[in-house]
Design a protein around this ligand. Structure first.
Ligand SMILES: [Zn+2]
Length: 309
């Protein structure tokens, strides 16, 4: 497998000029709610920030895209977030992603335990083997609401392919029947196309409309293949063919955004013992790294001293 850890060598095929965005729509007289994301630029940024292997990019890209989708259906308040955490026994270790949706914008961030891990491609189709990377384990879904304790529920993974696991969670833990497609496609080891589509079926949806939806989704096949040859809106139009698609608003921009700051990292040094902090001060400061976005902060001895006061 070609691996690319060289985040500073752009290739002409990279979608870096393209920004990620989300579309919201309904179909079949609002009996279906549709959320669709082109997350190519978002997942590429995650790959570059964390120096992710192609395998790790595929897993984190799927989970980050899923976290943004979940933030639209599981939390209703402003400044609320959804965190998804997969803990498997595969070589990738844990994968964590957070998504949030606010008026007019969506954001995500995430990281994996072992960003360098790579496995051989799957024998049957030559694709990245996300299931083998993740292994068996649990999916934790946390709602992070302003001013209250996080509410987390955890379910066993049913597949390790992530889309199936998230759809299974929605059905069995939230009673939300849905169809969920997630995909990340890499070219030369670099994230090229990524996206997700979630269709939520309301109880009023008719059997005939459900059958049409199922046929349309089967005809799409692989989401990232479809997205390489058509725009996100065109793919959504194909998913809802015969079901009268209605777009709800203009596209919402989606960006990689972290909540870390120098002040937060300085405050986090308070978790160390006085002796450990004194050692940092004696060394003239301490480097602190945000695990969400991999930003390195060089904290000064004065900043660490300020915690004692
Ligand atoms: Zn950060």
């Amino acid at each position: 497998m070609i691996s690319s850890h060289s985040s500073d060598t752009p290739t002409p095929t990279r979608p870096s000029s393209k920004s990620s965005f989300l579309l919201r729509a309904t179909a079949a007289s609002s009996h279906f709610r549709i959320l669709a994301i082109d997350s190519s630029a978002l997942v590429l940024e995650a790959q570059q920030r964390h120096n992710l292997s192609p395998d790790a990019s595929a897993a984190l890209g799927r989970l980050m895209t899923g976290a943004v989708l979940f933030s639209y259906i599981l939390v209703k308040h402003e400044n609320s977030r959804v965190m998804l955490r997969i803990q498997g026994d595969g070589p990738l270790g844990y994968v964590v992603a957070e998504g949030s949706s606010e008026q007019g914008k969506a954001t995500a961030r995430g990281y994996v335990q072992h960003p360098e891990v790579e496995l051989p491609l799957r024998l049957q189709d030559g694709k990245l083997d996300v299931r083998a990377l993740i292994g068996a384990g649990d999916l934790g879904v946390s709602r992070l609401l302003p001013g209250s304790e996080p509410y987390t529920s955890s379910v066993p993974l049913v597949s390790g392919e992530i889309a199936e696991d998230l759809a299974h969670y929605l059905l069995h833990s939230e009673q939300i029947p849905s169809a969920l497609l997630l995909g990340v496609y890499l070219e030369g080891g670099v994230v090229h196309t990524a996206g997700g589509i979630l269709v939520q079926a309301m109880p009023e949806a008719s059997e005939a409309d459900l059958a049409t939806l199922e046929r349309n989704i089967a005809a799409i096949g692989n989401l990232t293949n479809a997205l390489q040859n058509a725009s996100l809106l065109e793919v959504v139009t194909r998913v809802t063919e015969g079901l009268s698609l209605e777009l709800l608003e203009e596209a919402t921009p989606l960006t990689f955004e972290c909540r870390c700051s120098r002040e937060r990292l300085v405050a986090a040094m308070g978790y160390f013992s006085a002796e450990e902090r004194q050692e940092m001060i004696d060394n003239g400061g301490q480097e602190a790294i945000c695990h969400w976005c991999n930003t390195h902060y060089q904290l000064t001895a004065q900043e660490i001293t300020s915690l004692e006061e």
